[in-house]
Unconditional design. Structure first.
Length: 200
């Protein structure tokens, strides 16, 4: 079980107080997975900045890269997406932490792909975790074909830098909740409904 959180702004930008909101959501999200913590920030010029670290959000926050990320949030990003990993495949290391990047796709995933080994053989890949393969597949063959090929539980939240879009797709085996804030200018997402109640 992993967890995903995120804030997607309509264009007004984030405030300094939103950095505390992000950290609070990451902390609550860590109950779903604290083997590693990763965050992507999506800039208005179509780039994704990724910072990930082992263990819980407190460890993530100790990095200078994380501090720099948080300082950039109010001026640079229109969306931030976080992930807390509970390892079910592959070693617990930074390489296997989310988000994953392949070409124009930056992805976080909650779930388990049951035909991971078969897909690795079909595409002659050697990824440690199924989520990394999913990122590769979406970039190489597209989301429609990827979903048709996989057997398993999934919520994918991914950024496509070619289209400058955040895309969300899930099946019935994994949750993802969305909420609109009171000003109706921001979407908040979370694997856990209570995180959104706290955030609102």
């Amino acid at each position: 079980m992993c967890g995903i959180i995120g804030l997607l702004d309509s264009g007004n930008g984030f405030f300094h107080s939103d950095t505390q909101l992000l950290f609070g959501m990451l902390l609550l999200n860590s109950f779903r997975g604290a083997h590693s913590t990763g965050v992507m920030g999506l800039s208005k010029d179509g780039k994704a900045d990724v910072v990930k670290a082992l263990h819980d959000p407190y460890q993530w926050a100790q990095w200078q890269l994380s501090s720099d990320f948080v300082k950039r949030m109010p001026t640079r990003y229109w969306a931030v997406v976080g992930h807390g990993r509970l390892a079910t495949q592959g070693k617990v290391n930074v390489r296997n932490a989310h988000p994953f990047i392949h070409k124009h796709i930056t992805l976080v995933h909650n779930g388990t792909i049951r035909n991971f080994a078969e897909l690795q053989k079909e595409y002659d890949t050697n990824f440690d975790v199924d989520s990394h393969l999913m990122c590769w597949m979406i970039a190489e063959i597209g989301i429609k074909e990827t979903v048709e090929k996989i057997n398993g539980a999934f919520t994918f939240v991914y950024f496509d830098s070619q289209k400058n879009t955040v895309n969300i797709i899930r099946n019935s085996e994994r949750p993802l909740h969305l909420a609109l804030n009171g000003f109706e200018d921001r979407i908040m997402i979370s694997s856990t409904r209570d995180v959104l109640k706290w955030a609102e």
